[in-house]
Design a protein around this ligand. Sequence first.
Ligand SMILES: NC(=O)c1ccc[n+]([C@@H]2O[C@H](COP(=O)([O-])OP(=O)(O)OC[C@H]3O[C@@H](n4cnc5c(N)ncnc54)[C@H](OP(=O)(O)O)[C@@H]3O)[C@@H](O)[C@H]2O)c1
Length: 294
Amino acid sequence: MNILVIGPGAIGSLWAVKLQQDGHRVSVIARQTKSPYQVQFGEQPCSFRNHQIEDIRNADLILITVKAWQISSALSPLIHLIHPDTMLVLMHNGMGSLTSIGTLLQTHPVILATTTHGAFKPSPSRLIHTGQGETFIGAANEKGCQCQFLTDVLHHALPEVYWHHQIEHALWRKLAVNCVINPLTALHQCANGDLATPEFQGIISALITEITAVMIAENIPVSLEELTDHIHQVITATAKNHSSMHQDVFHQRKTEIDFITGHLIRTAGRHGIPVPENEALYQQIKALEKQWES
Ligand SMILES: NC(=O)c1ccc[n+]([C@@H]2O[C@H](COP(=O)([O-])OP(=O)(O)OC[C@H]3O[C@@H](n4cnc5c(N)ncnc54)[C@H](OP(=O)(O)O)[C@@H]3O)[C@@H](O)[C@H]2O)c1
């Protein structure tokens, strides 16, 4: 297939490399450079065509791996070049980004993806696959429903990949985990595993109670007990990891809070559900971001 990756950061480069190694013609739209995009993966130097208009026009599949808040600015200059049959896969943390691609939703097959693979770029030209994970994909619109075959394509390149008939269920589960782990580890500048200590149990339990109420109002199949177990399992399984928001705050970069806790708060508001504990974390992260901006 002709595959274009928009935003070959850590996770985008991992998919670009794996799909190229699997025999696909992969090119990229990278921000910094118009020359070929090169990245070292282990012993393997990988090179991709970059910023070629014909690659945008001829793409069968476009993988959009920028951060949630970068989607609109990354796609807007390219929209007029993308063929209506080109499949668009949005792979990022958080929810609510579809509003920024409203027009494409009416014309193109759109697929949402969530992954637990870990990828890290210690330098602009080096890529490390830090953790094996799994990826769920599912349709965001009617045309997207016809793209189930993509599961095999992606799975062959970087397993495990599953098709989810109600992808929003998988996205909400990931959102719930992120709403707890990301802001807490960012504000306390700690590893995920530190959230298992007694001092965090009160706040974690209060956050999960609020999140569960919102998910139930959204008709997501979940219970307080099951979600609590799931989130604690993730904390244990990723104990040594530093969350993306922890890293963003450390480097004083804009975070994805508006698409994580922000999405929860907006949804809670629509249902009239109070979420004061999540709101407090949201405000603290926004205050930090404002501080850096000024
Ligand atoms: N890394 C992981 O292990 C992982 C795992 C699961 C989910 N995720 C999620 O995946 C998403 C991407 O994460 P990431 O870690 O890969 O972040 P990242 O390394 O910052 O990758 C984003 C890339 O998009 C590029 N970009 C931004 N705007 C662009 C534009 N207008 N045109 C072209 N490229 C543009 C960035 O370029 P610059 O470098 O110039 O900013 C960067 O290379 C996030 O939502 C993250 O939460 C990541």
